[in-house]
Ligand binder design. Structure first.
Ligand SMILES: Cc1ncc(COP(=O)(O)O)c(C=O)c1O
Length: 495
């Protein structure tokens, strides 16, 4: 009791509490760091603001939980971490240490993954544009190449001929028919043509005799388990047709896009959505910066558009998302997708990026200035820029944490927007207005949690010649928190 009281009395960090809270799920390691500002201070002073922290045990836990799901169905499986979602080398090394593979999407991603312990068994090349050096590197190392089109087949055949080696390949397919409609994708071979194509051109005595087809691949742009189940069933049928033609196809890779859940409370998510719509409709928006509708807009007095962000709350996520895909019943056979895979002896593969990074990362930045703009709004300038925490959609919708140097004893709450260092009006780091217990002091820190998936690196640029942020790998295995548990990712090498 006494101990708890002391903790409460010494609390110096607070979640931002806007009118429409979106409380993020957080992990103990984050709170330990928030509570030990000496360590955070040491890291920011040493590495500059902002820093990106990556917690390896959380990553390992995500790897384990995916493995367990597949094992519970008795399915042969392989998991590849889509490293496009985060560039840190430490996570690639941890993926191998956790017994999973890595999905690479460029020459450098492949080359670096090989240098960190990757090999023919635990790597795959899925790059959207495949150049000759990429293909050469993959063939030389026996890494499977996921082929997207006929030109790639030609190039792969030519490189294989030059190297006098066979190329292990998978065929990416798309255009699955779901409820009478074809799912469009710019990637892959059409589902209705791929069997004929492989049968006519691939294999001994044919145009592409050095391509050894080992599997099929797809990646859907949506987050629908239903579409994945239907596409998986179609792919299983294609595998059967190819096997009948003598092709030893052994795996189906269903790519990534497995939903994760960022938020603690579904009600917060529902009311945020409702209130934002209302605010746009009534032109009374005090939720976001400069009336930004995050995808909603008012046209002729009517609400148009839709929320253009990631769906941050998901009841079905990670393992339960995979289960939903696998438990879907196929009408034609009367079997579940999992049973079909088992019966046909097909290995299932996935390439999660974002969801393997759930609870893995956080970004911490330093407060540089506070000012009031012409509308009387408080702007808190941080030493970071919009590209260092940038979503591909309208906004990152998680409440941040304020790390104060002193406890807040009286209510001095204030509404603020966090602004960044680019010379653009729109460098507002979160579009939502945040209510904080008091105005931050210069030199205090703001922590944005769960940023490892896509937020840290995907759009990071060096405009104004700002340094790229430092990525720190945090081992944190139940030791007392210390500065020395954080390794600069640039220093990570194969040991
Ligand atoms: C081929 C492929 N695999 C895997 C992924 C990773 O998807 P996510 O991070 O949503 O799991 C992507 C993302 O674009 C992809 O294109």
């Amino acid at each position: 009791m006494e101990e708890q009281k002391i903790m409460i009395e010494q609390k110096m960090y607070y979640k931002g509490k806007p009118k429409n809270e979106l409380t993020p799920i957080t992990s103990n390691w984050m709170h330990e760091l928030f509570s030990d500002q000496a360590v955070v201070r040491g890291l920011v002073e040493r590495y500059g603001s902002p820093i990106n922290i990556h917690h390896l045990p959380s990553f390992n836990q995500n790897c384990e939980s995916y493995k367990q799901v597949f094992e519970s169905y008795g399915l042969k499986n392989r998991i590849f971490y889509a490293r496009k979602a985060n560039k840190s080398k430490g996570l690639v090394k941890q993926a191998f240490a956790s017994g999973i593979g890595v999905d690479t999407a460029s020459f450098k991603e492949l080359e670096q993954s090989l240098s960190l312990g990757g090999n023919a068994e635990n790597l795959v090349l899925t790059a959207a544009i495949k150049t000759e050096p990429q293909i050469e590197l993959a063939i030389n190392n026996g890494v499977p190449i996921i082929l997207d089109n006929e030109d790639e087949c030609r190039l792969t055949q030519a490189v294989a001929t030059k190297l006098n080696k066979k190329a292990k390949v998978g065929f990416r397919i798309s255009g699955f028919e779901v409820d009478g409609k074809k799912l469009y994708s710019r990637f892959g071979f059409d589902v209705d043509e791929v069997v004929d194509f492989i049968g006519s051109y691939v294999g001994e005595g044919k145009t592409f005799d050095l391509l050894e087809v080992t599997g099929l691949h797809f990646h859907l742009d949506s987050y629908s388990t239903y579409q994945r189940s239907i596409s998986l069933i179609a792919s299983i049928n294609i595998v059967s047709s190819l096997k009948e033609k003598g092709y030893p196809v052994s795996f189906i890779d269903i790519g990534g896009g497995i939903l994760m859940n960022y938020l603690e409370d579904e009600k917060e998510w529902t009311s945020f959505n409702k209130n934002l719509k209302e605010a746009v409709l009534t032109q009374n928006n005090d939720i976001t910066f400069n009336d930004y509708g995050l995808g909603f807009r008012l046209e002729d007095g009517k609400l148009r558009g839709k929320l253009n962000t990631y769906p941050y709350f998901n009841k079905i996520n990670k393992g339960s998302f995979i289960s939903e895909v696998l438990e879907f019943m196929d009408d034609a056979s009367g079997l579940s997708v999992a049973s079909l895979l088992l019966e046909n002896e097909i290995e299932i593969r996935i390439e999660p990026g974002r969801s393997l990074l759930d609870q893995v990362g956080m970004t911490v930045a330093k407060v540089i200035h506070r000012k009031k703009d012409a509308k009387g709004q408080w702007l808190v300038g941080l030493e970071m820029n919009m590209s260092q925490m940038m979503s591909s959609s309208a906004d990152f919708l998680l409440d941040p944490y304020m790390l104060y140097t002193k406890e807040v004893k009286e209510d001095e709450s204030v509404d603020v927007f966090f602004t960044g260092a680019y010379c653009l009006e729109r460098d507002v780091l979160l579009k939502r207005k945040m209510t904080l217990p008091r105005l931050p002091e210069i030199g205090e820190y703001v922590a944005f949690v769960n940023t490892a998936g896509y937020m840290m690196h995907f759009f990071e640029t060096e405009a104004h010649l700002f340094e790229l942020s430092t990525n720190l790998i945090f081992t944190g295995y139940n030791e007392k928190l210390s500065f020395f548990q954080f390794i600069n990712d640039n220093k990570i090498v194969l040991e």
